[in-house]
Design a protein around this ligand. Structure first.
Ligand code: TTP
Ligand code: MG
Length: 357
């Protein structure tokens, strides 16, 4: 299948949880606001979910222990996570974005990819189109977002993060390598902390360093992931924007840069995806019963296969084992694989479960 030139947007809401709280409580305007665990005058456990830009000036960040946030900024407004409120706002925003795209993909609670290839004829039109989206979101939801425009998801996602809040960053196809080169290598999705350390030891700090490195050495050191990273450093990403099935689930998938027939590599990739999913399972404090894997072959034929476990779990080993088991059936010597994914569903909040026991 030929891959024609696409124009992709990545939308990321600005300081999402706190922005919704500010909208509901105009009296917070101008003050540092932190959503997360109860600080209990500095003795609280748990972490910061997010904070507004005023609080970020004090050094407060998502994921930081709430006790540390208290030390940095005791005068902030501290609020518990009101997930239902944010989910409702998210739902409204996603509906606006979905209506404006050829293909749409929600990513987490406050991000989305839009394929607008058929809606505009060039980047100038894409810019006007994007401003219109920002205007509609602000008018209807009173919230700002930052948007990146690029030839694929990878570039659009990195671009949306460049000018925040209320940003709009355009990276045309011919500007991609120059845009990426000075950025740290970890900005490439899939470059985790361990890989980042290894790259640093090889003298690779920026995406540009990676793009100029010998791809043979990268492949030797990191296996097929090395080739994948090398291509990403050149701004190449052929994954499609696509709506995800079930909403009440947590999942990850990856499109390989080259169709893959190495089974061991495919299964190892599935394990890595399972680890990412598991991190989110713990972060959202849920248990699961159903595991689903997805595979897309080189001809775009796509299959999913699920298994519901006889028990409720949050363990990584259950997820990995079930994922591998389900995937085995799809690994056939005559079929190259384009994409794999894994997802958990039948989610039950760990809190609620505690009260049931
Ligand atoms: P992000 O988009 O990463 O952050 P943000 O929207 O708060 O800020 P930014 O303007 O930089 O985009 O995450 C979206 C929401 O997800 C965030 O508002 C709260 C939640 N979240 C957590 O609960 N824990 C976390 O560690 C992170 C990173 C986010
Ligand atoms: Mg955001």
């Amino acid at each position: 299948m030929s891959e024609k030139k696409r124009i992709i947007l990545h939308v990321d809401m600005d300081h999402f949880f706190t922005a919704v709280e500010e909208r509901e409580h105009p009296e917070f305007k101008g003050k540092p606001v932190i959503v997360g665990a109860d600080p209990k005058e500095g003795k609280g456990r748990g972490v910061v979910s997010t904070c507004n830009y005023e609080a970020r000036k004090f050094g407060v960040r998502s994921g930081m222990p709430i006790s540390r946030a208290w030390k940095l900024c005791p005068e902030a407004v501290y609020l518990p996570v009101n997930y239902e409120l944010y989910a409702k706002a998210s739902h409204e925003i996603m509906n606006i974005l979905r209506r404006r795209s050829d293909k749409f993909e929600q990513w987490g609670i406050d991000e989305a990819f839009l394929d607008i290839t058929s809606k505009v004829k060039d980047y100038a039109e894409a810019e006007a189109f994007t401003k219109e989206i920002k205007r509609e979101v602000f008018e209807k939801e009173k919230l700002t977002c930052s948007i990146g425009i690029g030839p694929n998801k990878l570039v659009a996602k990195i671009a949306s993060d460049i000018q925040k809040p209320d940003g709009l960053t355009i990276v045309r196809e011919e500007e991609v390598e120059k845009f990426l080169a000075p950025l740290p290598a970890r900005k490439l999705l899939w470059v985790g902390r361990k890989t980042e350390q290894k790259l640093k030891a090889m003298g690779i700090k920026t995406i540009g360093d990676l793009a100029h490195y010998d791809p043979a050495v990268l492949a030797e050191t990191f296996g097929v992931m090395g080739t994948q990273m090398y291509l990403m450093a050149h701004g190449i990403d052929r994954s499609e924007v696509e709506e995800r099935g079930e909403i009440k689930s947590i999942g990850r998938d990856i499109t390989f840069q080259e169709d893959m027939s190495n089974f061991e590599f495919i299964l190892n990739t599935l394990d890595e995806l399972a680890e990412e999913v598991h991190r989110d399972v713990l972060r959202q404090n849920v248990n699961f019963r159903t595991v689903t894997v997805r595979v897309r072959y080189e001809n775009f034929e796509t299959h999913t296969h699920s298994k519901t476990l006889p028990f409720i779990t949050n363990r990584l080993q259950d997820l990995k084992k079930t994922g591998r088991e389900l995937m085995q059936a799809y690994l056939r010597p005559d079929r190259k694989v384009r994409l794999v994914g894994v997802r958990v569903s039948s989610l039950i909040s760990a809190e609620k479960q505690k009260t049931l026991m």
